[in-house]
Unconditional design. Structure first.
Length: 378
């Protein structure tokens, strides 16, 4: 969301708009097909049971298909988790510098030492090219999010509602800021010179389909699944397109910048915008980390992949260990971007359609006398 305006500035308004509409349509279809496949599982016609994404793969694909799907689903979620942890820790370090005038940590390279910085760096991390083992921002982010990873989605709902309210506040403030800055249609070409980031940017903003079964399992029975999906995806598409168009018409972006930093460096910058600059990644990225962890845990436990304690290690602890040496490096972020693009695309936009096709075949052949396989019974 933070880079949509920059993407429209470089790619033009036409192709990103088409991409948002098409990917949004595919997102809605994939989510509905996934829910339809859930309803095809015997005893879950009205979502009265509990069927996770990987459970669907085991039921309709069998053992081998389930293993492959489990890998794509969980790796996709963990890639998103790792990227969110790195960005949240870096922003938290910036926030600590702004409040306490410095942030410190233990460096690994070029030497092992206690290292402190008193201003943001030129790169994503205030520690620049120094490879850090741990930073104050990392510890603060860990302490804020890890406890929530041990809860359920239902127990996290109050936090998510607060985050949604904050998101609405941010969007409203951005729109007002755009209008105050003035809109210049001539700044945004119909087709721009650089289309390289368009598809990845759009896909990442719609990479939530893997969490849909977990939401369906915990929603209230009165909630209409199709209506909620159609309404939320349609509204999201409109918001993304409006933010992209208005933001690119209001500001000139320097290469590599995002909307938050551009507003912060503009004449429209004020204390309120500065607070939102630091709070946006924390509320939007930081508090999405527990959600992904919980969904990974649900998929592992329902399919008896490992014990409960090991599921907590894989879902909650492992991503925090993986990111430790790479919080200031750019190499891992490139791997994450391309890796998550591959795994996210398969898990969110390919598997749901294959599951739906298998579910339709199963429903056509299903009767009360149908004998289920061991994978389907377990």
């Amino acid at each position: 969301m933070n880079k949509i305006s920059d993407a429209m500035k470089t790619a033009g308004w036409l192709l990103p708009t088409i991409a948002f509409v098409v990917i949004g349509l595919f997102t809605c279809l994939a989510s509905c097909f996934l829910c339809e496949a859930m309803a095809c599982v015997p005893g879950n016609e009205n979502f009265q049971g509990r069927v996770e994404f990987s459970t669907l793969a085991r039921f309709f694909f069998g053992k081998k298909g389930h293993i492959i799907a489990q890998i794509f689903i969980n790796v996709s979620l963990q890639f998103l988790n790792i990227a969110s942890i790195i960005i949240s820790a870096q922003v938290m370090d910036d926030c600590i510098i702004a409040i306490f005038k410095r942030s410190c940590g233990v460096s690994m390279y070029p030497k092992v030492a206690w290292t402190c910085v008193d201003k943001p760096g030129d790169g994503a991390s205030p520690f620049g090219g120094t490879v850090m083992f741990v930073t104050a921002g990392y510890i603060a982010t860990l302490g804020l999010t890890v406890p929530m990873g041990y809860l359920t989605l239902d127990e996290n709902i109050i936090i998510q509602v607060v985050c949604f309210g904050f998101l609405l506040l941010v969007i409203f403030n951005w729109i007002i800021t755009f209008l105050k800055a003035g809109l210049h249609a001539e700044w945004v070409p119909m087709v721009g010179p650089d289309l390289s980031n368009t598809l990845a940017n759009v896909l990442f903003n719609f990479g939530f389909i893997t969490t849909v079964p977990s939401w369906v399992n915990e929603k209230k029975p009165s909630v209409r699944v199709t209506s909620v999906l159609l309404g939320s995806v349609s509204t999201t598409c409109v918001i993304f397109i409006c933010l992209g168009l208005f933001g690119s018409m209001a500001f000139k972006f320097v290469p590599g910048s995002d909307l938050l930093s551009t507003i912060d460096d503009s004449p429209q910058s004020n204390l309120f915008n500065l607070v939102l600059t630091y709070m946006f990644p924390i509320f939007i990225l930081c508090f999405s980390i527990p959600v992904y962890s919980i969904v990974v845990r649900y998929n592992l436990l329902q399919n008896k992949v490992c014990s409960k304690n090991l599921a907590y290690v894989f879902s909650v602890i492992l991503p925090w260990l993986v990111v430790i040496p790479f919080m200031t490096g750019q190499g891992l972020m490139e791997v994450i971007n391309w890796g998550s693009l591959f795994f996210t695309s398969v898990a969110n936009f390919i598997l749901p359609f294959f599951l739906y096709l298998e579910a339709v075949k199963f429903r056509e052949n299903w009767s009360t006398n149908t004998r289920l396989t061991d994978d389907q019974l377990n």
